[in-house]
Ligand binder design. Structure first.
Ligand SMILES: NC(=O)c1ccc[n+]([C@@H]2O[C@H](COP(=O)([O-])OP(=O)(O)OC[C@H]3O[C@@H](n4cnc5c(N)ncnc54)[C@H](OP(=O)(O)O)[C@@H]3O)[C@@H](O)[C@H]2O)c1
Length: 304
């Protein structure tokens, strides 16, 4: 392994809150990149020296998710990538685009692919549509970069003027600083002709009711995250009167990861890396994630 990156879910796993199937002892983290050291005799498509990433779901090649999806996740219940060496079946690996650094490539299997699936999975967004993105975590910023490349207008909410300046510099069309604009849903509606086409809903319990208000009639909310909690209270008429779609995304398949990699190469997109820490400092990276003192993904450099 050469690099790994942290996702919010890794914190949930570490706290022992990811359900009974995810139990210690466990090698943490799902997202990583490495270089092939050796291949089995029957392996085709990979050679010693190839740079590769393991797919988040080792059991989801493409199409719809398998019914036993849960058992195929890296970083719980399967061992993850915060390790110097790992063995994977060839069927669970993809090649990494050559233009990416190890740290950049390490952000893709979960965070990057989730953003891809939410924008271009089952119901691809179209040029000129407006996407509302909540926050500036790893999934959010990958979505921003992909949306920009696809000609999709972006509105991003964030929590401070400092983060607002950073996300503006990444090219968001409108940034709403929640510390200054409490009713961010109203602001998003006002800036999008009666409501946004799609929301990348990463906040969960506290944000979902507001995301519904921000969405246009016939729009979509893609439920991805639960940073603010698990149990939301919803005013159903706000949904019933909008002919809207509420859909969840669970990372995505290996085929999706390969499509994301092709898109990143074609548009020369470099995922944002918030910061990188050394292997021995991984516990500190978890603490920063816990304090939400992060912007984009935190990466762990493994080896030289
Ligand atoms: N369904 C899936 O397949 C899938 C895949 C990946 C991640 N997820 C989930 O998606 C969520 C985000 O993951 P991540 O790894 O990108 O997390 P992350 O890097 O920890 O980022 C979370 C961001 O959420 C924002 N936030 C915090 N409190 C908020 C609030 N009250 N309202 C709005 N935004 C708030 C913060 O950005 P600001 O400070 O800029 O507001 C923070 O940086 C997590 O719940 C994670 O479990 C789901």
């Amino acid at each position: 392994m050469r690099a790994a990156s942290l996702n919010f879910r890794d914190l949930v796993v570490l706290r022992g809150q990811h359900g009974r199937a995810v139990q210690p002892p466990l090698i943490p983290l799902s997202d990583g990149v490495g270089v092939v050291r050796a291949v089995g005799a029957a392996v085709t498509g990979f050679a010693v020296g190839d740079r590769v990433s393991p797919a988040f779901f080792q059991n989801w090649a493409g199409g719809g998710p398998p019914r036993d999806l849960e058992i195929g996740r890296l970083g719980g219940p399967l061992d993850g990538v915060l390790a110097t060496e790992r063995v994977f079946p060839a069927s669970g690996l993809v090649h990494v685009p050559g233009h990416l650094s190890d740290a950049e490539a390490a952000t893709l299997p979960c965070a990057g692919l989730t953003a891809w699936s939410a924008l271009f999975g089952d119901a691809p967004m179209r040029v000129g549509e407006t996407l509302l993105i909540l926050g500036t975590g790893g999934v959010a910023l990958m979505a921003l970069q992909l949306a920009r490349a696809a000609g999709i207008r972006t509105i991003v909410t964030t929590s401070s003027p400092e983060k607002a300046a950073r996300v503006s510099a990444l090219g968001a069309d409108l940034v709403i600083d929640r510390s200054a604009t409490e009713d961010w849903a109203k602001a998003a509606r006002a800036a999008s002709d009666g409501g946004v086409d799609r929301v990348l809903e990463l906040g969960g319990a506290a944000t979902l009711p507001h995301s519904i208000k921000a969405t246009r009639v016939g729009g979509q909310i893609i439920l991805v995250g639960n940073v603010t909690g698990n149990t939301a209270e919803l005013f159903l008429p706000a949904i019933l009167t909008r002919q809207m779609t509420l859909r969840s995304v669970t990372v995505g398949s290996k085929q999706g990861l390969m499509a994301l990699n092709r898109a990143l190469a074609a548009h020369a997109i470099h995922p944002v890396v918030g910061r990188a820490v050394a292997f021995d400092d991984a516990p500190e990276a978890f603490r920063a994630l816990e304090a939400q003192a992060t912007f984009a993904n935190i990466c762990v450099q493994i080896g030289d």
